[in-house]
Design a protein around this ligand. Structure first.
Ligand code: HEC
Ligand code: HEC
Length: 279
């Protein structure tokens, strides 16, 4: 298991290195042609692939569907820096309460203040080490994306165009307006148990997820050798996170976003992953 996990990582980083270089060359050629100053945020990702050396942004579709755009927004909500393959700022976010437990870059992720379940202090982060007391973004479902985009740019966030260029803010706003799911339909909050049918989830798990994560979800270890974290671990510890990742994919990784699958299938996948080994 460990061996497979390692080789997976090796493949991952080799894959990551190569296109970066290629994207850089392509970006430089493009820039020479169109004369945009290096580092300037622009409206279109094709021309903006230069802003960061991001593979994710370099393979942006020419004709993004709404579903793709929403899932991209979901990955940005998860970790907007990982999507762009840049580092999160080092200092704790100014709007992050000093009395809460976390520090540093992680406090800049949308999910850290508003939750994997979009409910903020009214959801899974109502207590524990992720508690901030900040409200969620759940009530903004179906609200105009332009209004949501303005909230992301403005106080208390102050995400400037260097951190989040307009074309990414647009995707984030679309996700918040049209992409949130009601996690209470997936999870019984009192027990943390999935509401789906685990037996029915075995098929889709084996057909999709197992190709990368293995039939027992342990082909990739997300944490350390001593404190391993597998699909099964996350499914039990943070089912909200698993729901978000299955629907929107994982930032900076080639994991597919199953947003267009029937909700019942997604619910059953979650239920099945809760039967997998946690270590
Ligand atoms: C450090 C904590 C923090 C982070 C990180 C953060 N927010 Fe917020 N956000 C807040 C606070 C505080 C408010 C104001 C809540 C209030 O009005 O009570 C807020 C409000 C919002 C609102 C408006 C909510 C409303 O009901 O009007 C939106 C939309 C929003 N955030 C989206 C995002 C997105 C998208 C990200 C990631 C790019 C993000 N936030 C990251 C703390 C944070
Ligand atoms: C094409 C390969 C692929 C497929 C298919 C895939 N994943 Fe992933 N998944 C990844 C990669 C790569 C990562 C990132 C791992 C890392 O960064 O260590 C990831 C990350 C995750 C994470 C988050 C780990 C973390 O760090 O928080 C979860 C949970 C997860 N996958 C579950 C699933 C489930 C459930 C399915 C099926 C619905 C699935 N994945 C399908 C490749 C895949």
């Amino acid at each position: 298991m460990t061996g497979r996990g390692n080789s997976m990582n090796a493949v991952g980083s080799a894959r990551r290195r190569l296109p970066k270089g290629l994207a850089g060359v392509a970006g430089a050629v493009l820039l020479a042609l169109i004369g945009v100053p290096h580092g300037g945020a622009s409206a279109e990702p094709a021309a903006a692939a230069h802003t960061h050396q991001s593979r994710t942004l370099a393979v942006w579709p020419k004709d993004p569907s709404e579903s793709w755009s929403i899932a991209m927004g979901g990955r940005l909500y998860d970790n907007w820096a990982a999507v762009q393959e840049i580092d999160l700022p080092k200092k704790t976010h100014p709007a992050y309460p000093r009395t809460s437990a976390r520090k540093g870059g992680g406090t800049w992720r949308c999910k850290e203040c508003h939750g994997w379940d979009y409910k903020g202090a009214a959801g899974a982060y109502a207590s524990g080490s992720h508690y901030t007391g900040i409200k969620g973004v759940r009530s903004l479902a179906d609200q105009p994306p332009a209004m949501i985009a303005a909230a992301i740019r403005g106080a208390p966030h102050n995400f400037d165009a260097k951190l989040l260029p307009d074309f990414l803010i647009e995707k984030l706003a679309l996700f918040i307006s049209k992409g949130q799911v009601e996690t209470r339909d997936y999870i019984d909050y009192a027990t943390g148990k999935a509401k789906g049918d685990a037996t029915a989830g075995r098929g889709p798990f084996q057909n999709f997820c197992a190709n990368c994560h293995g039939f027992d979800g342990r082909a990739m270890n997300f944490k350390t050798e001593e404190k391993p974290e597998f699909v099964g671990t996350i499914a039990k510890k943070a089912p909200w996170e698993l729901v978000h990742k299955v629907i929107n994919g994982h930032p900076g990784a080639p994991m597919p976003a199953l947003r267009d699958f029937p909700a019942s299938t997604l619910k059953n996948i979650l239920a099945y992953t809760q039967t997998l080994p946690v270590k």
